[in-house]
Design a protein around this ligand. Sequence first.
Ligand code: NDP
Length: 247
Amino acid sequence: MSKKLEGKIALVTGGSRGIGAAIAKRLAADGAKVAITYSRGADAAAAIVKAIEGAGGKAIAIQADATAPKAVQAAVDKTVGALGKLDVLVNNAGTAIPKKFEETTLAELDQVINLNIRGVFIATQAALKQMNDNGRIISIGSCVGERMMTPGLVPYSATKAAIRMFTQGLSREVGDRGITVNNVQPGPIDTDLNPAAGDWAAPQKAATALNRYGKVEEVAALVAFVASPEASYITGANLTVDGGTNA
Ligand code: NDP
């Protein structure tokens, strides 16, 4: 049976855990060769590569802090060198530091902005130079980039709102190459960053229409569709997968 991403090469930033790991596994299951980056968790990254290869796929892991332009450029070069080319970039690496805005330090603001916005900019610039026609730029925004129901995520939601306009703007520049640019906006998804059993979980769960946290695979399924040739007419779109949080 032919797989819908057969012959494609994908790079997933922050692919060693959580949503990024699920995306890497799903793209590989659909036939793509996948490179993942990570910042600190070499063992976790190696475990994802092993899981993908154990399922018959091809993957490599690259240490590259998504806030460091030279490391990100090197990760793109290594992906192309090892796997042949680049068709799909998934800007997944991101973080939140939940606390009241007034109490957030400058260092914490810089950390969130540098990873969630600047990191997406630099990875996308590096990737576009090497990307094939009909490629895919997919960023993981958040449903809180569109609508906010809880306190404690002010800078985070602002960075994810920035990803919305980045997506819409860039779609207008690369459409002539058939490259699509889309923003996948998850709701509460059970990961190390946002555990379904954590202190912050109850109001997030209550805000969904489905009254539950989402699973990483439920985000990966949408990313895999947007990455596929079938999604060729979807671009500049902000696609929400949030259990009805923003309904
Ligand atoms: P996790 O914290 O569970 O995983 C983050 C992943 O990114 C890890 O693989 C981590 O690797 C990597 N990473 C972290 N910092 C860097 C960095 N500086 N450079 C490279 N890699 C890095 O996060 P989630 O899976 O929950 O979130 C993934 C994305 O989804 C983020 O953009 C987040 O904002 C977004 N999102 C998450 C939601 C949720 O409810 N979970 C909801 C909406 C959006 P390492 O261990 O090596 O640092």
